[in-house]
Design a protein around this ligand. Structure first.
Ligand code: PEP
Ligand code: MG
Length: 801
């Protein structure tokens, strides 16, 4: 298939064009973008090397068509072609077609398998429909436009009255070209006296077929009868818009902000955050910052005491929440709220005569601006967190609680975005699903929704305007769709899907205590990831066969002082006892860099993800590490099912240093812990590449795909702009997993996985095929994960751990 390359100065522009082209061709286009430059200060520009990579990415013997925007885009594209292998360069064509319309026309033609000449001519005449309509440009492709079907002797035809609410606009036209282009016969579409080539998207668009117009499809040649039958079938399906036709949905810009890019099969689409199908009435929620009262200031001592009082109520709440699942989000909030600089700022405003409410709102607005203007996307996202805290304190200060979410019956909660505190406060009994106009897969509210098991979809453009309170809608969290008025047929399909989902959940729950055996009877270990004793009950009741990852960070982040050796010992022992001899894998402290620790302030780093994190921090600050090592040795002494796991290992020396520390401390304690397993997390490329050597010093491997993906792809896992790269299905990540499994197998040590991928049932079969035999995931997904394993057959070629 002909490849398409879009060269633009603006990444956003190119991404938009690519999104449209992908949608028009239902993902069939072979397209790549080379846009913008990698300079956060000045991202507008083009780069010849990026253009060359894009050409190579989509290269196909049938050719590559390059569309460019302005000035230097041309120079970059020319230079890129010069850099290419001459044989390849010969097949690359730069064309002057308009970038948006040209890309659409070229993509549809290319996706339909048409030759490069047609793709180019389609792109070149892409403006003709628009210019004819507006009459502002001479028509470009006059000689090819009017095809005389009467010169053919055997012309078959089929007539149809168009029922599509928006006529044969771009998408139905793309469906026609996609279906018809592969026939060898000549085909035309006719409206009134105008006849155009039916293999041309632009020409079909030029016909301007509207709802109610009669069209005639004509075909002449060898496979004309088949082409007619195909067209008839497509027409009966309303050219891919059957749902729109049934529901009579008309896309009108002034009615609902439903864009062509997010309306699919009559549903609004967004990004799936958590699976599940829910039909319930809409409840819209909007944040309102309580108003600043119109009053005169009291004495500063009174103003500041009132504000302190409100802040400490929020502090208490945050402290409580920081001990729950995903507590680190609220820890960070706590740090923002208790930042002494913030209080200094408030105080100076109080001293200048402002009332507490005004001083607070102004100080927080200044802080929010700092985040908003940060060059880092991650930091910019934190602006929402600042506003969240600001509002919570204002609610306490003014006593205006009207802006909090109060529900008394089941609903789908709609909001522009939700703040972490809103989600944590949600009553699962009533909030059956969440639909957000904004948000992102990695936003804190999304992480919390997932952890709470609430089906959710985010980034559903136009959803708030499209619904009203009380309207019953259906949210499909599996494919990120929101149905407003589905057809009978769709309702039946959704019901079927929902029934299957509910049944599967029930079946999985009934079988939680049974082992997960693959079809051929191999037992696969399924363990839980926990954050502390509060997660034990669910892990045990959901059938965990031990703990594959105990993130000990929470013990250290839960308070402003470090936990003592004795406190840690008690907790490790309690957790190990709950698993009756099944393995409990305690990961040593994994903080530093991006994960701050209030009780152990660390210097700021330029590259925190590449900085003093995990084991690096512990080995640099032994005073911190030794109390944990001692607590673990003592806990192992009474619970030999405890094993130790080291995060962020990149060298054999790091493992040996920890093992020496363990030996020394065990000798001091007079405990023999030679039998205590010490394993490592495989999270950085260095560990994968040197897995053989690391295996010789490790009792087990556990693959941390969250970090492994970010380091293999060199893409910050917290940056939503890079979500396409932070993808553990990328071949390079899969290869890294496979290499780790092979190295573990060769050394005869078990390999498990405890990153998010282990709990993703879409990855289970692949992971089994790669040789993985131990999965550790969040307790809530274990029943479904076990069921998924039970459906899988191990391929005879897979390795065993
Ligand atoms: C991982 O990186 O996959 C992992 C499990 O560790 P964390 O998410 O705690 O960094
Ligand atoms: Mg990690």
């Amino acid at each position: 298939m002909v490849g398409i390359v879009i060269v633009s100065h603006s990444k956003r522009l190119a991404e938009g064009v690519a999104e449209l082209a992908t949608q028009m061709t239902q993902g069939a286009v072979n397209l790549s973008i080379a846009a913008g430059v990698d300079d956060p200060e000045n991202p507008i520009g083009t780069d010849a090397v990026a253009v060359m990579s894009s050409i190579e990415e989509v290269y196909d013997d049938s050719g590559v068509v390059v569309l460019m925007d302005l000035g230097s885009a041309l120079l970059s594209a020319e230079m890129a072609i010069e850099l290419l292998d001459p044989e390849m360069a010969e097949k690359v064509k730069m064309i002057s077609a308009p970038i948006v319309e040209g890309a659409m026309a070229a993509s549809v033609a290319a996706a339909a398998g048409l030759p490069v000449e047609t793709v180019i001519s389609e792109a070149r005449s892409a403006l003709s429909a628009k210019s004819d309509h507006l009459g502002d440009l001479p028509s470009v492709a006059s000689e090819e436009n009017d095809i005389d079907s009467s010169s053919f002797s055997d012309v078959l035809s089929f007539s149809w009255v168009v029922k599509n609410p928006n006529g044969i606009h771009a998408r139905p036209a793309a469906a026609i070209v996609g279906k018809i282009a592969s026939f060898s016969c000549d085909v035309w579409l006719e409206k009134e006296s105008e006849t155009v080539n039916a293999k041309s998207l632009n020409k079909i668009a030029k016909l301007a077929v509207r709802n109610g117009d009669e069209i005639r499809f004509l075909a002449a040649g060898d496979d004309a009868a088949e082409a007619i039958a195909s067209f008839e079938q497509l027409a009966n399906e309303h050219f891919g818009e059957a749902d729109l036709v049934k529901n009579g949905v008309k896309e009108k810009e002034d009615e609902v902000e439903v864009t062509a890019s997010n309306l699919v099969d009559g549903a609004l689409t967004g990004i799936s955050v958590n699976g599940g199908i829910v039909s319930a009435p809409v409840v819209k929620f909007a944040h309102v910052m309580p108003a600043i009262p119109d009053r005169l200031p009291e004495y500063i001592t009174i103003e500041s005491a009132n504000l302190r009082n409100a802040m400490s109520k929020v502090e208490d709440r945050l402290l409580e929440r920081s001990k729950e699942d995903n507590g680190d989000i609220f820890d960070a909030h706590l740090m923002m709220l208790t930042d002494p600089e913030l209080w200094d700022s408030v105080l100076s405003k109080l001293e200048s005569g402002l009332i507490a409410e005004q001083a607070w709102v102004d100080s927080m607005a200044e802080l929010a601006d700092v985040y908003k203007n940060s060059p880092s996307e991650y930091m910019r996202e934190r602006e929402a967190d600042v506003r969240d805290i600001a509002r919570q304190v204002m609610v306490e200060l003014t006593g205006d609680f009207t802006a909090t979410i109060k529900l008394d019956s089941p609903c789908v909660l709609f909001a522009s975005d939700l703040m972490p505190s809103d989600v944590a406060d949600l009553d699962k009994e009533f909030v059956h699903a969440i639909c957000l106009e904004q948000g992102g897969r990695t936003s804190h509210s999304a992480i919390l929704a997932r952890a709470m098991g609430i089906p959710a979809v985010v980034k559903v453009a136009g959803c708030l305007d499209a619904v009203h309170d009380g309207q019953v809608v259906t949210l499909d969290g599996f494919c990120g769709m929101l149905w407003l008025s589905p057809s009978e047929e769709t309702i039946a399909e959704l019901d079927k899907k929902r029934t299957t989902w509910v049944q599967q959940k029930e079946i999985a729950l009934q079988k939680v205590s049974k082992p997960a055996l693959t079809q051929d009877g191999t037992h696969i270990s399924v363990l839980a990831n926990i954050g502390g004793p509060k997660d034990l009950a669910l892990a045990v009741s959901n059938g965990a066969e031990g703990v594959g990852l105990f993130r000990t960070e929470f013990l250290f982040q839960a308070s402003s002082t470090l936990p003592t050796e004795d406190e840690q010992f008690e907790i490790y022992k309690d957790v190990a006892e709950a698993f009756n001899g099944n393995p409990v894998t305690v990961r040593t402290l994994d903080v530093g860099g991006d994960k701050p620790l209030a009780s152990f302030p660390m210097p700021k780093e330029d590259n925190p993800f590449l900085g003093v994190r995990g084991i690096r921090l512990c080995l640099k600050h032994k005073e911190l590490f030794i109390s944990q090592i001692r607590a673990l040795i003592r806990a192992f002494n009474v619970c030999p099912n405890i094993q130790v796991m080291l995060p962020m290992i990149s060298t054999v020396a790091e493992i040996n240093e920890v093992k020496n520390l363990i030996r020394t401390e065990a000798a001091v304690l007079g405990i023999d812990c030679e039998a205590m397993n010490v394993g490592i997390m495989i999270e950085v490329p260095a560990a994968v590449l040197n897995a053989d050597m690391l295996a010789s010093e490790s009792d087990f491997f556990s693959i941390g795909t969250n970090d492994l993906t970010q380091y293999v792809m060199a893409a910050d896992r917290g940056n939503p702009e890079l979500s396409n790269l932070v993808n553990y299905f990328e071949p390079s990540v899969i290869k890294a997993i496979e290499m780790t499994c092979i190295a573990g197998d060769k050394a005869g040590i078990p390999v498990s996985m405890c990153g998010e991928m282990a709990g993703d049932v879409d990855a289970t079969e692949l992971l089994l095929k790669l040789g993985l035999r131990k999965f550790s995931a969040s307790a809530s997904v274990l029943p479904e994960l076990k069921e998924q394993i039970r459906d899988c057959e191990l391929s005879p070629l897979t390795t065993q751990n």
